[in-house]
Design a protein around this ligand. Structure first.
Ligand code: ADP
Length: 903
């Protein structure tokens, strides 16, 4: 048996023993006692001793029974605590019992202690039992609480708002969702009427219906707009049910509400979008219809009414789409229609067809058609292209006209846009400038066709034009210089018109190539000037001729008139000399005219031969000497200036022509020089020889230096000319230069002098032989024992021939005219050869030869002639000449020919 543990708090040892004795003697238990006096020991004993019962004194030195009771209770409320005290007032005892003491025993009546202990132990066991029941009850109650809690949780956390009201509407409960949706805290709404959330958007009848329904015990369902704490409205799907007690009395209303604001907004948006579509459908610029699967038109818009000429009511649900399509297009449309409904549809969404309108007959329509997704309907929009097509057609026609005009135009047609870039360039422009349209497209025009020198002057006016559409050349026809792709400079006539474009001004230019016209114009002007000039020249020529021809003729006629038989012989001889000189002068003029005509008629042929320059200039020298005398200019200082190897050079050309040329130049030099000197000579460069004749004469004005080669051209063509001549000398020189392939030019300074040059290319004979080598090679002729008659009227010629022929040791006899020649022939029967001049006074060479040949057929007669034309040569043959040599006479040629007849 377990011992009953009793803790005794007592400061008096005797009392302790009495208590023990009383207990042990009276109670049938085994006991274990623990005696404590201090508070500390008491506390420790409760914890470690685990007493089954506590006996405590009421008054202790530093402690008392009530404090001990508190400590014990705080540890275990079910330990019986009995106060054992000496004296105790009624109030103290009541206090102790009130504080939880189980009993109290007065020490004077200690015999009650066992009873008190037994009672306390019984009470303890009852208490413990009660405690157990209580615990069980508590446990049971806890489980119900859990279930309730779960239920509340479910309601509280329900996704919908829950509101419970009393029958009078006062809110009893709201859940968390309600708080979220309404913005009100539970405590703010409990006891309030739900009208707190009224939006005012529903009328009285709405609420009346609600109350009538729920008060009659039915559930009310509906959508309601409420207002949250912030004042914002929200839609709720509301169900309100009454909750009744067993007697059928309404105890609560339970409202369950779903926030449907978003759903409402979506529905609203859908509605709006439907309205939009309706508006778009109705107001779209194109006629639009909706066609059902069977082809019935179910919806049309206003534009379709206009197009068809029928009202909506007449069409919708009645008319078939195909009734508006012309029969020709029906088949095509059916097949598209069918294809469109098949998988892998490839029918076009857009095509043209002809629409049958009751309003305006046939219309050209561009149809755009497609299925409406997830339906069997199609939507078709019809764009009326009739007018547009007509405009396009007109435009095409006008374009075609423009194209035809512009492609066939000879003129260039060019268009530039507002940036100055080429946008059109017709074939005419291609032809004029050589650039194709492809090359010019989008390019800056002036970079291509404006000459380089003008390039800087284009951009500014162009910019100005682009902005203002004005410019110096706009609206005018101007002549400009331009250039082609090949870089050729051309003259163009340009007319520019402006084109108003949205972003400024462009231009169209018509270009005409007037290069040929301008050239022709210039040529015409030149020809006109030339004609005027030649007219003037003709007059000058006539004046000159009349002067030049009249002067000697006057002398001939005048002096021949004067001569009569009574005149002394010396005077007659003098007059005859004048007449003769004048005649010769006339002859010279006529010869010149003849010469120039021949040259210009190109009937002169070159006689190319090789001849040495020393010999050539020897002859020239003789000419100069005689000319100085003739022109009475012996006082002039004349010098020949050859190059160093003068003696070795020989030329291959027409010797007599060159002689004629050089002597003409020398003649002029002598004629136009009064004082000073004349130099002549040549220089050689490669195979080109350049002759020069320099004088210190009157010079030639600069503007005349190119003109003096023209026929009859004289610097001074006044009637009272100081210098003789007919203005043919230089023309002849020029003619010879052209004929021989040479070039003649002059450098001259009026009052200072002139230098004439004549250069002849490819004329210097190759590998000229040095004089030392050449000299022995020159053939020496020996006509010793031969007698030659030289017939020549010109003293100079005569002396030249004499010089040459004397070297051959021939015997020479002379005659000065044909008559003398005939006489000499008669006088000298031993004559071996006659060298006969043609043009001579008294009797010409022709006549003399005829006479001589009549008598002495075998006597060789050689003609000296300046005119070796084929006709002349033939004539000489007819007359009886055996051969001819040309004047001026070439020494070698002369001796060569003579040898042929003297051998
Ligand atoms: P011409 O001498 O018979 O008048 P040309 O044809 O030989 O005819 O010369 C034409 C013109 O050229 C001359 O009239 C003269 O005015 C000028 N001229 C030619 N040679 C000279 C010169 N050496 N010095 C000055 N003027 C000259």
């Amino acid at each position: 048996m377990e011992k009953l543990k009793i803790l005794i708090l007592e400061d008096n040892k005797n009392d302790l023993e009495f208590m023990k004795d009383e207990i042990i003697s009276e109670l049938k238990y085994e006991f274990q006692f623990k005696w404590v006096i201090t508070r500390n020991d008491f506390t420790l004993a409760i914890r470690d001793f685990h007493p089954d019962l506590i006996l405590s004194d009421y008054n202790l030195p530093q402690f008392n029974g009530l404090d001990a009771l508190k400590i014990a209770q705080s540890y275990n409320i079910d330990i019986p605590f009995i106060i054992v005290t000496g004296t105790l007032s009624e109030e103290a005892a009541a206090d102790a019992i009130k504080s939880g003491a189980w009993d109290y025993v007065v020490k004077e009546r200690l015999q009650r202690l066992p009873r008190a202990i037994e009672n306390a132990l019984d009470l303890k066991s009852v208490r413990l039992k009660a405690r157990k029941v209580e615990a069980e009850l508590t446990l049971m109650k806890g489980q119900t609480d859990i279930q309730l809690k779960l239920l509340w949780d479910a309601i509280d956390k329900a996704p919908g708002s829950v509101m419970v009201t009393a029958p009078d509407g006062a809110i009893q409960f709201v859940n968390r969702k309600f708080e979220q949706v309404s913005g009100y805290k539970s405590e703010e709404v409990i006891g309030q009427n739900p009208r707190l959330m009224k939006s005012g958007r529903h009328d009285e009848a709405f609420y009346r219906d609600l109350w009538n329904t729920i008060l009659s015990g039915n559930e009310w369902r509906g959508e309601m707009i409420n207002r949250n704490k912030e004042g914002d409205e929200y839609w709720e799907d509301v169900s309100i049910s009454p909750v009744t007690d067993f007697d059928g009395n309404i105890r609560y209303f339970v409202g369950i509400k779903q926030d449907i604001t978003e759903k409402k907004a979506a529905v609203e948006a859908l509605k709006k979008s439907e309205q939009w579509y309706k508006a778009i459908f109705g107001n779209t610029g194109t006629a639009t219809v909706i066609i059902d699967a069977d082809g019935t038109i179910s919806l049309v818009n206003g534009k379709f009414e206009e197009l068809s000429g029928m009202t909506r009511a007449e069409i919708e649900g009645t008319k078939k789409w195909m009734e508006f399509v012309i029969p020709e297009d029906l088949e095509k449309m059916f097949s598209y229609h069918k294809e469109r409904r098949e998988p892998g549809n490839r029918s076009p969404n857009q095509y043209e067809f002809s629409f049958l309108s009751s309003r305006g007959g046939l219309r050209d329509i561009l149809l755009t058609v497609d299925m409406i997704p997830d339906t069997n309907k199609s939507v078709a929009s019809l764009l009326d292209m009739t007018e547009r097509k007509q405009i396009l057609k007109d435009l095409k026609e006008s374009e075609e006209k423009f194209r035809l005009i512009s492609t066939s135009a000879q003129d260039g047609i060019i268009m530039i846009d507002t940036n100055g870039k080429v946008v059109y360039w017709n074939p005419g422009a291609e032809k004029i400038f050589g650039y194709t349209f492809e090359e010019m497209k989008g390019k800056d025009l002036h970079h291509f066709i404006a000459p380089e020198k003008y390039s800087a002057s284009y951009p500014q006016p162009l910019r100005n034009f682009q902005k203002t559409g004005t410019g110096a050349v706009v609206g005018k026809v101007v002549e400009l210089q331009s250039q082609t792709k090949k870089g050729a400079s051309i003259d163009i006539e340009l007319s520019i018109a402006r084109m108003q474009m949205p972003d400024g001004f462009g231009a169209v230019g018509i270009v005409r190539d007037v290069t040929d016209r301008k050239r022709a114009e210039a040529e015409l002007i030149r020809a006109k000037e030339q004609a005027e000039e030649s007219d003037r020249l003709k007059s000058a020529f006539l004046a000159t001729m009349s002067h030049e021809l009249r002067t000697p003729l006057n002398a001939v006629i005048g002096f021949s008139d004067l001569i009569d038989a009574n005149m002394p012989m010396a005077e007659i001889e003098e007059m005859v000399k004048i007449i003769n000189d004048s005649g010769k002068h006339l002859l010279k003029i006529i010869e010149s005219i003849f010469e120039i005509s021949m040259l210009e008629a190109k009937s002169t042929r070159l006689r190319i031969e090789e001849f040495g320059l020393p010999e050539f200039f020897g002859t020239v020298k003789s000419f100069v000497a005689s000319e100085l005398i003739k022109q009475h200019k012996e006082h002039l200082d004349v010098a020949f200036r050859p190059v160093d190897n003068f003696t070795g050079t020989s030329l291959k050309s027409d010797r007599s022509r060159l002689f004629q040329l050089i002597t003409n130049l020398l003649n002029n030099a002598i004629k136009f020089t009064e004082t000073g000197k004349i130099e002549y000579g040549y220089s050689v460069s490669g195979r080109t020889i350049t002759f020069f004749v320099r004088d210190t004469g009157i010079g030639i004005p600069h503007d005349q230096q190119d003109l003096i080669y023209e026929r009859f051209r004289q610097v001074d063509d006044s009637h009272t000319r100081e210098y003789g001549g007919v203005g043919l000398g230089l023309s002849i020189c020029k003619g010879i230069a052209d004929l021989t392939g040479g070039k003649i030019w002059a450098e001259s300074e009026p009052g200072v002098g002139s230098t004439f040059y004549f250069s002849l290319p490819d004329s210097v004979a190759l590998a000229p032989e040095p004089e030392t080598v050449k000299e022995p090679l020159r053939k020496t002729y020996d006509f010793y024992g031969k007698k030659i008659l030289v017939v020549e009227d010109e003293e100079n010629n005569m002396s030249f021939l004499e010089t040459v022929l004397k070297k051959t040791r021939a015997t020479l006899i002379f005659a000065h005219n044909g008559e003398e020649a005939v006489q000499q022939c008669e006088k000298h029967p031993d004559l071996n050869l006659v060298l006969m001049d043609i043009k001579m006074p008294v009797m010409s060479g022709d006549v003399a030869t005829t006479l001589i040949k009549e008598k002495r057929k075998d006597l060789p007669v050689i003609a000296q002639t300046a005119y070796a034309t084929p006709i002349e040569v033939e004539r000489y043959k007819q007359i009886g000449f055996d051969d001819y040599i040309t004047k001026p006479i070439n020494r070698d040629h002369l001796t060569e020919v003579l040898e042929k007849y003297l051998r």
